[in-house]
Design a protein around this ligand. Structure first.
Ligand code: PMP
Length: 440
């Protein structure tokens, strides 16, 4: 192994499955270029020092929601205690200050996603509301009878149901990109689905059920070649990788703050300004108007047109703080570290008889979905919980994906950069115990 000359790590070597791993003095696996100081990172998250059922908390449900670093919690507390005011409405100091912070957060999101300008970011309560916004508004303006919308077989229900309803309402057709046994979109079939009838292609960047990282740039290029627009559901990618929506060239890109170490109730969607400008409002009321008379209403320019009502102000400030934190840790560092967790966990689970990983795409985020032959996922997660391990068991709001793989549900371990390899060791041991118990 090649290490930088001045390493503070005490090197030990251990075999995990067929993989060779290097561990530091605290028994944590490191790569040839350690990028995350895991002990320091863990101290940033107060909840991680808890015990659950007398055992240290091992939190492996980051795909559902992530925990918050203290500085995000403190920033929201300080804002609420000392700075809080409504946004965009008043000319007094508190309002001015809150509005400034609110718009600064929009700027941080725009930079984080690589958008051209902050006004391309519309805040919503999260990805679900973001996709509903686009499906309804874009749909009203651009989708007509016999048009076609393409999704994939590995979408969250949030990126399925709004398009289904839109198709029913407008007489359009929903087409579905199939997925291979390994969990990769079958790109040849995708190409066959595209035609001059395609108006929208809506796929996730990372599948929450399998962990697959989809080739969104290629998907976008192919869709644009037939004149279709592209929405990328970024709920599972934004916490894990450096992004640039301009490089992807997608038309819309969604995110959820609560999966990015920020408060819940806030998220949003990037959209290209020329599209936003052509789209009608979805939710209507205060703050989204230019002028209202009893006869007629004209609408504000985007993004305000799509942000009716008082927004979740404190949550937006918390989101900005979470983004500052992620930038300081470094998205490339996070991706590299989480990849070591993925490889480590995959090797461990592959070594257990009676465990089958579902989703073995070549490109994966740090999420492992698996089936335990001996027990239902709900029993598995109940057993894991006895050992202090929080894992998700269920269909992950992706029932069509479960049907595709012939399982009612899976158990899912989804890792964040505050997880450590010891926690995956504990997961493997707990699964073995569970198999033993259910096989008796
Ligand atoms: N898409 C994907 C891929 C997701 O994982 C999720 C959340 N599990 C959503 C959409 C919905 O996100 P939210 O619940 O934050 O609106």
């Amino acid at each position: 192994f090649f290490f930088k000359q001045k390493t503070e790590y005490e090197i030990g070597v251990r075999l995990v499955g067929s993989e060779m791993c290097i561990r530091d003095s605290s028994n944590t696996v490191v790569t040839g270029n350690p990028v995350i100081d895991i002990q320091k990172i863990r101290k940033d998250f107060p909840i991680l020092s808890q015990t659950v059922r007398g055992k240290p908390l091992i939190y492996l449900d980051n795909g559902a929601t992530t925990h918050k670093p203290l500085r995000v919690i403190e920033r929201v507390r300080k804002f609420d205690a000392e700075e809080y005011g409504t946004v965009r409405r008043g000319a007094y100091k508190l309002c001015e200050h809150s509005t400034q912070l609110y718009e600064e957060s929009r700027k941080k999101v725009a930079e984080f996603l690589g958008a051209e300008k902050p006004s391309e970011i519309v805040f919503t309560s999260g990805t679900t509301q973001a996709i509903n916004l686009v499906a309804n508004s874009f749909g009203k303006r651009f989708i007509n009878k016999d048009d076609e919308i393409i999704i994939s077989n590995i979408e969250h229900h949030a990126n399925t149901v709004p398009w289904q309803i839109l198709c029913e309402e407008r007489g359009a057709k929903l087409k579905v990109i199939p997925v291979s046994d390994e969990g990769e979109l079958v790109m040849k079939e995708y190409e066959k689905l595209l035609s001059n009838k395609t108006r929208m292609v809506a796929v996730n960047h990372v599948s929450n059920a399998l962990g697959t990282i989809n080739p969104v740039k290629e998907i976008t290029q192919k869709a644009h070649a037939v004149g279709a627009k592209v929405l990328i559901d970024g709920a599972q990618s934004t916490p894990h990788m450096k992004l640039n929506v301009q490089e992807i060239d997608c038309d819309f890109y969604t995110f959820s703050g609560h999966k990015m170490y920020a408060p819940s109730g806030i998220g949003g969607v990037y959209g290209k300004m020329d599209l936003w400008e052509e789209m009608p409002p979805y939710v209507t009321g205060g703050d989204m108007i230019m002028k209202v008379t009893l006869e007629k209403t004209t609408y504000a320019k985007p993004p305000a047109r799509f942000e009716a009502g008082t927004p979740p102000i404190s949550q937006v400030i918390g989101l900005g703080e979470a983004i500052d934190y992620l930038n300081e840790v470094g998205m490339d560092n996070i991706a590299a570290y989480e990849h070591t967790l993925l490889e480590y966990g995959t090797a461990l689970l592959n070594d257990i008889d009676g465990v089958r990983i579902i989703g073995n795409a070549r490109e994966k985020a740090s999420l492992i979905s698996f089936h335990v032959d001996a027990a239902h996922p709900h029993d598995v997660v109940t057993m894991l919980d006895q050992d202090g391990i929080s894992c998700r068991g269920g269909h992950h709001c992706a029932q069509p994906t479960m049907i595709r793989y012939g399982v009612p549900a899976t158990t899912r371990a989804s890792m964040a950069f505050y997880n450590k390899t010891e926690e995956l060791d504990a997961l493997a041991e707990s699964i073995k115990k569970c198999i033993q118990l259910f096989s008796e």
